[in-house]
Design a protein. Sequence first.
Lengths: 323, 295, 533
Amino acid sequence: MTRFVAGKGVQYALVLLFAVTLNFALPRMMPGSPLIFLAGEDVGFMTEQQRGQLLQAFGLDQPVWRQYVIYLRNLVTGNLGFSYQQGRPIASIIADRLPWTLVLVGTGLVVGTLVGVAWGTLAAWRRRSALDVGSVGVAMFFDSVPSFWLGMVFIAVFAAGLRWFPIFGATTPGAGLSGWPLLVDMARHLVLPLTTLTLITIPGMFLIMRYSMLTVLGEQYVATARSKGVGERDVMFRHAMRNALLPVATVFMLNVGFIVSGATVIETVFSYPGVGRLLFEAVLARDYPVLQATFFIITVSVIAANIFADLLYPLIDPRVRHV
Amino acid sequence: MSESRAIDTPLFPPARNLQPRRRRFRLGGVGWTGLTLMALLVGAAVLAPWIVPYDPGLTTGEPFESPSGRHWLGTNDVGQDLFSEMIVGARISLSIGFLASTVAISIGTLVGVVAGYFGSWVDAALMRVVDIVLVIPFLPLMILLAAYLGPSFWNLILVIGLLVWARPARVIRAQVLSLKSLDFVDAARALGAPPGRILRRHILPGVLSLSLAQFILAASSAILIEASLSFLGLGDPTAKSWGSILYYAQVRSAFLTGAWLWWVLPPGLLITAAVLGFAFTGFAAEEVLNPRLRR
Amino acid sequence: MMGRARMLALFVIGLLVIPALGNAQSAAVRMAITRDEGYLNPYTYQTGYPGWNLMTLVYDPLFYPDENNEPIPWLVREVRVSQDGRTWTLTLHPNLRWHDGRPLTSEDVKFTFEYAARVTHSRWTPTTRNLDGVDAPSPQTVVFRLKQPDAGFRLRTLADVPILPKHIWESVTTVAAARAFTNTVGSGPYRVEEVRDNQFYRLVANPQYFAGPPRVRELILPIIRDATVSFTALQAGQIDTTVRTLTPELVAQFERLPGVKVVRGAGFTSTILQFNDEHPLLKDVRLRQAIANAINTNLMVRLLLLGYAVVGSPGYIHPASPFYAAGLKFDASKARAVALLNEAGYTDRNGDGIREAPNGTPLQFTLLTLAGNPIRIRGAELIRTWLKDVGIGTTVRVQEDAAIIDQVWPDFDVCKGRRFDMAVFGWSAPVMSRPTALVDLFNSDCRVGTINIGGYKNPEIDRLGSQLLTTVEIARQKQISAEMQRILARDLPVHVLFYPDTIMAYRSGAYDRWAFQKGQGIVTKLSFVDRPK
């Protein structure tokens, strides 16, 4: 057990170190100068000396290894750096974005999982029926649909066409709403991206749950229960479903790690101000520090979710005991 | 959206759990659907130059024409025939899918076999690399490479390939591990057969068939990734893939002008059909070819 | 009795004033912008357009460009220029106040220019280089002493540098601190009321503005990065206007849309085919002329912009600009392109469809173009097709901004050279309105021709350029500029493809008194306040 924990620990530490180093190296390997983002588009009118001054002011003239040491030290002390572009600390930028992503992707994941589990159980129960075959087809269809395309079609039909829902953002800008009307406003902005996200989350959960149910239903103890005359409904829900939920729980927990990077494409399509979109914007804008910090947050959340899953798995499945 | 897709899950558990005959039949249906879709699209792609009404690279109408007898799906932003563009799009999108998948499966098979066969520290090291690759957020990586090399056809293939190999590597490693534990392989090793021969004679044949199934599944993912990247403007906008058709539709306001009905819906459905066709075929192939599922 | 008469008088005045006020001030206007602009103060705004324009709603420069891009006195009511053009004495309006109530005086002006010289700002620090000093002899009087006369002093310096409140900025001493400074106390017609990262800005009218209260009480600026989304939102009535120019395919549709008005005019943004004038083949002027002749810019404008653009003038300057050399234009002809190539000895000797130079090098080039700009990408594809028709091979390479800059304009420093063949490139509108544009664009000294990214060299252009730089008289500026344009039209260091029109759409129900700044659009202070008297 101790060896297992140590091994896992080393593994995650390596992943973290590698990711951190990569985070650091990738942005600096990108071509182009950060000057445009420090000084705007008129940078061409500056003298060499002024450019140097500007680079120096932001520590970009230091040797790479020193930048790296500074970077590591800052990460350890929880200082995520400063965005040249937005002129403010990155921690506060991410803090602004995080709630939106948590709401959107968190809700999408939970709703998608619940629907997927229920639907998967149903399909497995009625296995090989028209319902099962149809469900698999529908699930595979939504698994194959490009998520951005689904979002675009929703915008075309429900936002631009029928005008039921807003087209962009997370709230109506400058409306000055508060209390209940604000919540309604937020909910209206959430409907389309959330629906898109949920629709693409369900198929995975559905297929896993269904597969897992079918596996469990083939196990010896289920057959035993059946032979003892336990009703089919009880077999499904009392015996099979509880065990079948294990793989779903694992996948769910691993997905939790992706919440932060979550819905880059969907957030982009709906102009939803979350972390995924921040990542995309930062890469396009070459905002090095924001890029690094967002990478870092994503890596940490992925690893945390892995650890969480590792720790939880033996607790919820008494059959698994790591040696 | 996690970075894994549902197709990482097989449709049915190993055979011992269920009545084998009926299962074959059902999966056959899935397989045939997949094969039909695939055949149609691959056929269109291969025959594209002979079946398109117009050269989609030429301006054959006014920009932004609505569907008509002359142009069945209207024209795009520079007056090129959209119907022809979508048929030729099959070529580009499927080529990218196949080629990216080839890259991914080559790496995946190599890593999986080496890790599985040699085990111990080699295995541990390679699997750590796999873990790391699975954690890398791929969008920024894609942009980095696109920015370095220019968003070209080949770079797209290379990048998708480099991002998709890790999962097949895991599957293949597991397969190698189970093959290795088979009695006759054990016996061959005990008799001192050189690793090269064991790999060639015993391991690779068992792995290659699985690789084929993985290849089709990876191609399905690659097509979807290509579409997303092209849509975000990170693909090659001069290549007429389905994703880049959607990119132009989006940036030239197809949603506001009503053109989305003929400019956005068809390519999206084509992407879905291709991804679905490959996924179905992949499932069927895995069912037939994967001894672990067949057992 | 007195009381009653007074009340009656008040009532009558009230009747007169209230409807007038109702007319004069719109409640709130929602104008979508393209990206985050920091805190909208002079050191944190991001883009030349609309960032600078929005920032000048909060801060005032001494002059301000009017609808014709002529700099007009704004914070100043009197200007005296010495005979030699080197001493400018300005008198400020009385009663200028900062948003916090403190008076704005010549000390603030002096402080601002000294600050810009010390704390690097890409746009303003260079304009202070020609300053010998700024004096504040009295609270209302400012004296600028120039090292030498400067053709662009009014537009590039006085009408561009926003005046900073000394009492707030003097404690901010480093570039890093300035770029992180969140204070937005200015003197302009609007105060920054609310900043929501990547969501919106809310500006509120400054009723005490010296030129009269602004006509719109509140400006809401939602950030919409995606052009299509912003037009969709405009059509659906979720915003009232956007700072973006309407895309051509939407013009006809928006003109028919009830409640929406579309205004259209010349656009000073340029789209050019930039040659590397140092390239071993492209340094041959006959080859450049042949390439230009092979490109059908008329058809390009019709296909790519549905006619909403002006075909490029070979002297770079837009025909609607006061500096345009009248009558100058480029008539492309494929036959002439072929003739030019044949005469110059570029023939296809190995029969592969691509001509070779006399020394055997094939005429095969890479054409760079910006990812994320579909019109330019399509333009590059058309150029590729047309050049192929005359036997010139091109490979279109679509790359990201930073990657393009890295090859075309490394570190934004033309002294660092260039490594590209051709690029579809473009310059923003303000480049066009500078009287010294042609010097910036084509002077062979990389410290003077700071955006001469093709590395073009012509002693005649250099000579005329140095004359232009120190010419203050506008008629003479135009003369020199026209002469330069005629030389450029023969030499074609760049081939100007077109200038897309500036097309602004807005909901007239929300607000209908927009000013249209020629070549740039409606984001100007003049849209919200009258020019000071």
